[in-house]
Design a protein around this ligand. Structure first.
Ligand code: ATP
Ligand code: MG
Length: 386
C-alpha cells in the first residue's frame, strides 16, 4: 500500500480543439511547481497522478497543487494492487466517522472480475460489518468512498479538495502587469494568470522620494504572486525625473493623468521589446479620481497597438481585499511605504480630464527624452532567482 494524489483537471479546456496543448502545459506547470520534491508524476488519458512521494511532504504538495491554475480538485488516495484481496484488505480497515456513506467503484480496468455495481455492494457490506452505527445512503451520503480500479493499481479515496480552477498559466498569452505596492495590482495579476496569462511586471519607483522598503515590498509582492504563476520577470524603472519635470512645468491638476500616460508609454515600449501582448492594471472604476472612465480614455490614448486590461474594473474594494487575503498579498500590500503616485500628489486632481487640455500640458515637456531617460534606469529581476 502506498499514498498517491489524484489530480482532476478543469472541465472547460477538456472540450476544445486545443485540449492536448492545455493538458501538456498543465503537466509542465505541475512538474515545475513540484520539482523540489522527490516524486513521480504519471499522466495518461487526461488523468494526472502524483506517486512515490515522501509521506511527510504530502501536506506541502497538496498546498502547492492548490495554487496551480487549471486544476479543478485533488484527492489524496491510497494505492493498492488491483486484485480483490488487496482492495478488500484495505476496505476492511476503514472507519467511517459520519452516519451515512456510499461506495462508488469505477472499474476502468475491465479485466477485473466483478462489475462496478456488484463490487460497490460487496465493499459496502464489508464496511457495514465493521462500522455498526453507519447506514448506506446512495443519494447524498456524508462520506463517499471511491474505488478506482486501473491496470496499474487501485486508488481509494474519500476526500475531494477544491483547487484554483482557471486555465494553465502560459496558455493565454503574456502580459505586463503595472505593479504598485498597493492592494489592487497584485490581485489584477492573479486574476489574469488565472485565465492562463503568463505575467511580467513593471514597477515605477521614485527613489529617494520613495524608500528602499517600498521597493522591497514590491519585489515581495511579485514573489508572492509568482507562487501562482511561476517566474515573474520584474522590470523596475525610476520615475523620479518624470515626476520632477511634471511637477515643475505642468498644471498640478493634470499631474496624475500625465504620470499615467507616461507610465503607459514606457510600458508599451517594454512590451514591444519583450514580445508582451498586453498591459494590465489594477484600476477599478470610480475607486479614486484617476479611475473614472474619462481618465481611462485619456490614458488609453497613448497606447497605440496593445490592449490595456483592467480585470478589477467592475469589482468593489471589498471583493478585491477578499482575494488579496486569500492569495496572501494583503498583509504585504498594507505595509505603510509610499508609492511613487503619492509623491507630489495634487490637492485637486482632475476627475474628468479632457484630451485637448492634457495635450497642452504635455507640450510643456520633452516626453521622448523623459521616456528614454527613464528607460536608461531599467533594472530587471526574476522572482525565481530572488
Ligand atoms: P493599487 O492598489 O494597485 O496601487 P490603487 O487603488 O492605489 O491601486 P492607483 O494608485 O491609482 O490605484 O494606481 C492604479 C494602477 O496604476 C495600479 O493598480 C497599478 O496597476 C498602476 N500603478 C500605480 N502606481 C504604480 C507604480 N508605482 N508602478 C507601476 N504601476 C503602478
Ligand atoms: Mg496605489
Amino acid at each position: 500500500m502506498e499514498k498517491a494524489i489524484l489530480i482532476r483537471i478543469g472541465e472547460i479546456f477538456l472540450k476544445g480543439k486545443n485540449r492536448d496543448y492545455f493538458y501538456k502545459v498543465l503537466v509542465k506547470n505541475i512538474k515545475n511547481k513540484l520539482h523540489k520534491y522527490n516524486l513521480e508524476i504519471e499522466s495518461s488519458n487526461n488523468r494526472i497522478m502524483i506517486t512515490s512521494f515522501n509521506i511527510d511532504d504530502e501536506m506541502y504538495i497538496i498546498e502547492d497543487l492548490k495554487k496551480i491554475f487549471g486544476i479543478h480538485s485533488i484527492s489524496p488516495c491510497v494505492k493498492v494492487d488491483s486484485n480483490r484481496e488487496s482492495i478488500e484488505e484495505y476496505i476492511n480497515t476503514l472507519k467511517i466517522n459520519t452516519s451515512t456513506f456510499r461506495v462508488t467503484v469505477n472499474r476502468a480496468d475491465k479485466r477485473f472480475e466483478i462489475n462496478s455495481t456488484e463490487y460497490s455492494k460487496l465493499l459496502g457490506g464489508i464496511i457495514l460489518k465493521n462500522n455498526h452505527k453507519v447506514n448506506v445512503d446512495l443519494h447524498s451520503p456524508e462520506t463517499e468512498i471511491s474505488v478506482d480500479i486501473r491496470n496499474n493499481g487501485t486508488f481509494i479515496f474519500d476526500e475531494k479538495i477544491p483547487c484554483s480552477n482557471g486555465m494553465p498559466v502560459g496558455t493565454s498569452g503574456n502580459g505586463l502587469l503595472l505593479l504598485s505596492g498597493g492592494i489592487d495590482s497584485p490581485v489584477a495579476g492573479y486574476q489574469m494568470a488565472k485565465r492562463g496569462m503568463c505575467l511580467s511586471a513593471l514597477h515605477f519607483h521614485s527613489y529617494p522620494y520613495t524608500s528602499v522598503q517600498a521597493r522591497e515590498k514590491v519585489i515581495e509582492l511579485a514573489k508572492i504572486v509568482s507562487d501562482y504563476t511561476g517566474n515573474i520577470r520584474l522590470y523596475i524603472v525610476s520615475f523620479k525625473k518624470v515626476q520632477e519635470a511634471i511637477h515643475e512645468y505642468c498644471n498640478e491638476e493634470y499631474m496624475i493623468t500625465i504620470m499615467r500616460r507616461i507610465m503607459m508609454r514606457i510600458a508599451e515600449i517594454i512590451c514591444k521589446q519583450n514580445g508582451l501582448q498586453t498591459i494590465i492594471t489594477g484600476e477599478s472604476l470610480g475607486q479614486v479620481a484617476s479611475q473614472t472612465i474619462e481618465s481611462m480614455t485619456v490614458v488609453n490614448k497613448v497606447v497605440e497597438n496593445l490592449p490595456v486590461l483592467r480585470p478589477l474594473v467592475a469589482m468593489d474594494k471589498e471583493e478585491i481585499v477578499t482575494i488579496a487575503k486569500k492569495i496572501n498579498t494583503f498583509n504585504t500590500s498594507i505595509l505603510p511605504y509610499e508609492d511613487c503616485c503619492t509623491v507630489f500628489l495634487p490637492n485637486n486632481p482632475i476627475i474628468k480630464p479632457k484630451l485637448e487640455k492634457v495635450l497642452i500640458e504635455e507640450s510643456k515637456l520633452d516626453i521622448d527624452k523623459l521616456v528614454s531617460e527613464a528607460l536608461e534606469t531599467l533594472e530587471i529581476l526574476d522572482t525565481n532567482s530572488i
